[in-house]
Design a protein around this ligand. Structure first.
Ligand code: SF4
Length: 882
């Protein structure tokens, strides 16, 4: 029987007896009872079907287990019991594919007090023979020989066109823009023409052109003929996933596809098996230990061990309030390589080796840039930067330097290892290099000196000591001075968020402290350099005990040391500037990071005024061929802007430009409305506007905000009202769910709406009726930071701001129409929208300034003019939307 209960009764009942729930943290948050726990269906699903995708809603989970989704919200409670029964039935099914390991994992989960363990245990047959250990079930990677350099070869435009025709299929409608792009991109893959610059093409391809296949066609031909690898670099995980699935067109056979098309990410994304083993053997306690067991189930069935955006459900870590999930990856570069018992099965090592032999590697901008910057030998030679309008920002953060308390403490931990009460297997340099240190006297001495010098860096409790005016050591003393300067100079102190101030005219105390901190950094840099040299010498001498595993461990240490020495040098250059002359190439500033008034980091920061300079030097100039593409590469401006934002302006070689307009008739399928009667900053009327617009569109709305505080305030005012109308409202920064899963839920439910900030403006790919209205609360002006002020001054003042805003508007509008047949309205709730910014929108789109009532009428009208009702159509399969 299903009946309604009041909030109070629901809390009381749930506290008394464990109930079946779906996403306990979310339900708890909606009830205002954060401690809610129970029999969470998502945990059961993760146990029974690890590495399988499911949208974490009653409808999504119903579909995942083969049930009809509930027609009405009131039917959802009954369906939860059915889902539980169907899942538990799987345990007795002899064809259950994920049986191996379940009995052992459940026995551990029972000891940990997992709610489902008894029910699962009662239905699971004890295996006749003991189950193999998880780690011995994982496949080993094979060592491959040296890769031969790619052969010099070219791709003729007609070959690229023919390949494109093969990929799109003979029945596909010919798309001229796509064909032209494939032909224009082909010469980029020829041997390079200039000594110090790649063959480079900037291609702006409007939404709907099909640019992915347009560049994959020549790229795949080149890879096949030359034996080399093309790196396809994206900014968002959504595009990475899309590219991964486009691989089916290139390589129909799954085994071949797995070899020739590989997704690569930064190592911090992958599960570290040594950390997992530590967690399974008692390193984790309470709920985190349960998470470790479920991750252990997943590890045996995952395609590639990618924990972020791979096949680990994005919702799984948030069920455990993220307890422990980050400690399962190798975030701090503490890998012991050949010294690790799981080295031959390690997901990271496997991905890296697979990438070396693949035709196409799908990666992100940051990884491509880091690989190129760290070593010219391993720098990608042929690169396609998709979502190229993000290159500037990606380079900006990749080439940034920050000497902060958090960064310095990471450096100390990497060298010194665990201190005081810290748990776990984390080891310092001495433990990792014990054998080398006892073999090589000079190396051993350098190691001791490095550890001694690292003890002068900040340690646990540093921020508390600074707040109390009792810093320890020269770097903490410097950060204390930085903090004092920031509080003395920064404006807007009461909002409780980050504070910053320019690094100009530092006072005497700050200059003195930086000189002392500089000495500390140099005292650490020297023994690390000696140690690196000695390790290289040991590799060259190759003593008897240096087997291939020890060699891999020493090589790992050399790489780690190189990276740390570079960081120390960058910090030293930054400190040398305090009290010295400013460098016009950089923007330096001081900051205190806070959340809700609580301080969590203090830093001296440095960014390149123009980060495309190191991008050009480190990445572009060493490449053979580079295609940069995006639907909004110019952001409503000319090619000069695109050249500047992609690094092309810093190359001596010729750069080609290509442009193909979107085939969509934007004038017929979309319009832009600027609402004139909502006062800026009046939260009550902004919230009212959102609620009425969402009601008019019957959901299907993406609400974009420029400040988290305003997003939260609007959500708090309208969520209940919309829920009563059967219109679910999801919100980033409010719901305890990761952004990727929020988008999955939004996509899956045409009556849902989603509120979010920047990440959603750029990463939401929801074709079909699930997204039919985008509402921006105000014009997305850049925040007035020190960095922004410097770039604004260098970039032409208000013209620079205009460029930034136009690019953001173009991106936001781009969420609306993703494929042929989409319709939608774009609303800005701010009359203060300058007309000069309106060219951010595609030509043909009607832009009107109207009162809210009229906007609501137009939203209804636009949606009613669709062929079918929104609810009937729902969200349809993704066809072509790049
Ligand atoms: S080789 Fe390194 S990253 Fe891989 S499992 Fe071992 S310690 Fe973790």
């Amino acid at each position: 029987m299903v009946r309604e209960a009041t909030r109070g009764e629901a809390i009381a009942r749930a506290a008394e007896t464990p109930h079946i729930v779906l996403n306990a943290p979310l339900v708890g948050q909606r009830l205002g009872y954060a401690e809610l726990s129970g029999l969470d269906l998502l945990e059961l699903f993760a146990f029974i079907h690890p590495a399988r995708f499911a949208v974490p809603t009653p409808a999504g989970l119903s579909r995942a287990v083969g049930l009809e989704p509930p027609a009405r919200e009131a039917d959802a409670a009954a369906v939860l019991r059915k889902i539980a029964a169907m899942l538990l039935d799987v345990l007795g099914d002899p064809t259950w594919a994920e049986r191996e390991g379940a009995w052992t994992a459940n026995a551990s989960l029972q000891r940990l007090g997992w709610g489902w363990a008894a029910l699962v245990g009662a239905r699971l047959e004890r295996p006749e023979r003991g189950e193999r250990m998880l780690f011995s079930r994982l496949p080993q990677w094979e060592e491959s020989g040296e890769q031969a350099p790619p052969l010099a070869t070219s791709v003729a435009p007609r070959d690229a066109e023919a390949k494109l025709a093969e990929l799109t299929g003979k029945d596909a409608e010919p798309r001229q823009g796509q064909k032209a792009m494939a032909a224009t991109a082909a010469p980029v893959f020829a041997p390079r023409q200039a000594r110090d610059g790649p063959n480079m093409l900037l291609a702006e391809a409007g939404t709907g052109i099909g640019k992915t296949l347009a560049y994959l066609a020549p790229a795949s031909i080149w890879a096949e003929r030359s034996g080399g690898t093309v790196w396809i670099s994206t900014f968002t995980k959504a595009l990475q996933r899309q590219l991964d699935s486009e691989g089916r067109r290139l390589f129909a056979d799954a085994n071949e596809r797995a070899k020739r098309l590989v997704v690569r990410k930064g190592r911090e994304n992958y599960l570290c098996l040594l950390n997992l083993e530590d967690a399974l053997q008692g390193g984790f306690a309470g709920r985190a230990a349960i998470l470790a067991q479920l991750v252990g189930r997943w590890a045996a069935y995952t395609k590639d061990g990618d924990m972020v955006g791979g096949d680990l459900p994005g919702w799984l870590p948030s069920l455990f309030r993220r307890a422990g999930s980050t400690a399962l990856s190798d975030r701090r570069g503490e890998c012991v390589y050949g010294g690790c018992p799981h080295y031959r099965r390690c997901f990271i090592e496997r991905a890296e080796r697979a990438g070396r032999e693949a035709d196409l590697v799908i990666a992100n901008h940051a990884l491509v840039m880091i690989n190129a910057a760290r070593s010219r030998e391993t720098a990608p030679q042929q690169i396609v930067f998709d979502e190229g309008h993000h290159l500037f920002d990606a380079a900006d953060s990749t080439f940034a330097v920050a000497l902060s308390g958090q960064e310095a403490i990471e450096m100390r931990r990497w060298i010194v290892g665990p201190e005081g009460r810290s748990r776990g297997r984390r080891r310092g340099l001495a433990a990792r290099l014990m054998d080398v240190a006892s073999y090589d006297e000079e190396g051993g001495r350098a190691l001791e000196q490095a550890i001694e010098a690292a003890r002068a860096l900040p340690s646990d409790g540093w921020i508390g000591r600074i707040a109390e005016g009792a810093p320890f050591g020269p770097v903490e003393a410097l950060l204390a001075e930085v903090r004092g300067t920031v509080y003395a100079r920064a404006k807007a102190q009461d909002a409780g968020y980050g504070l910053e101030t320019e690094l100009a005219d530092p006072d005497g105390a700050l200059v003195d402290c930086s000189a002392a901190a500089l000495e500390t950094l140099e005292a650490l840099h020297k023994p690390l350099s000696v140690l690196s040299r000695r390790l290289e010498a040991v590799l060259e001498d190759a003593p008897d005990w240096l087997d291939s595993q020890a060699r891999a461990r020493v090589e790992g240490a050399i790489n780690g040391l190189k990276w740390r020495r570079e960081t120390l040098s960058a910090w030293a250059a930054l400190l040398a500037r305090i009290g010295g002359a400013a460098d016009a190439d950089f923007v330096d500033w001081l900051s205190v990071d806070r959340v809700d008034g609580r301080e969590y980091d203090i830093a001296v920061n440095r960014r390149w005024l123009d980060p495309t300079r190191p991008l050009a030097e480190a990445v572009l100039k060493s490449a053979q061929g580079v295609v940069v593409t995006s639907a909004t590469l110019r952001g409503g401006d000319g090619w000069e802007t695109a050249d500047q934002r992609t690094g092309a302006a810093h190359l001596d070689s010729m750069v080609g430009h290509f442009e193909a307009e979107s085939p969509f008739d934007y004038g017929a399928c979309s319009e832009v409305l600027i609402v004139t009667d909502i006062r800026q900053g009046d939260i009550a009327s902004i919230a009212g506007g959102y609620a009425r617009l969402i009601e008019a569109a019957e959901g299907g709305t993406l609400g974009l905000f420029t400040a988290i505080a305003r997003l939260k305030a609007v959500h708090a005012r309208i969520a209940d009202r919309l829920a009563r109308a059967g219109l679910p409202l999801l919100a980033q920064h409010v719901d305890p769910i990761d952004a990727g899963t929020l988008v999955d839920i939004f996509r899956d439910d045409p009556r849902a709406s989603l509120l979010g900030t920047d990440a959603l403006r750029d990463g939401v790919d929801v074709p079909g009726e699930s997204l039919r209205l985008v509402v921006m609360e105000r014009v997305p002006w850049p925040r007035p930071t020190v960095l922004h002020a410097a770039r604004r001054m260098a970039g032409g003042g208000s013209a620079y701001d205009d460029r930034v805003v136009r690019a953001r508007l173009a991106q936001a509008f781009g969420r609306l129409i993703r494929r042929q047949g989409d319709r939608g309205v774009f609303v800005i709730l701010s009359a203060a929208m300058p007309s000069r910014l309106l060219r951010a929108f595609p030509s043909g789109v009607r832009v009107s300034r109207v009162p809210l009532d009229e906007a609501i009428r137009r939203v209804r009208e636009m949606l009613a003019s669709g062929e079918r009702s929104v609810v009937e159509r729902g969200s349809e399969a993704v066809a072509d939307f790049d």
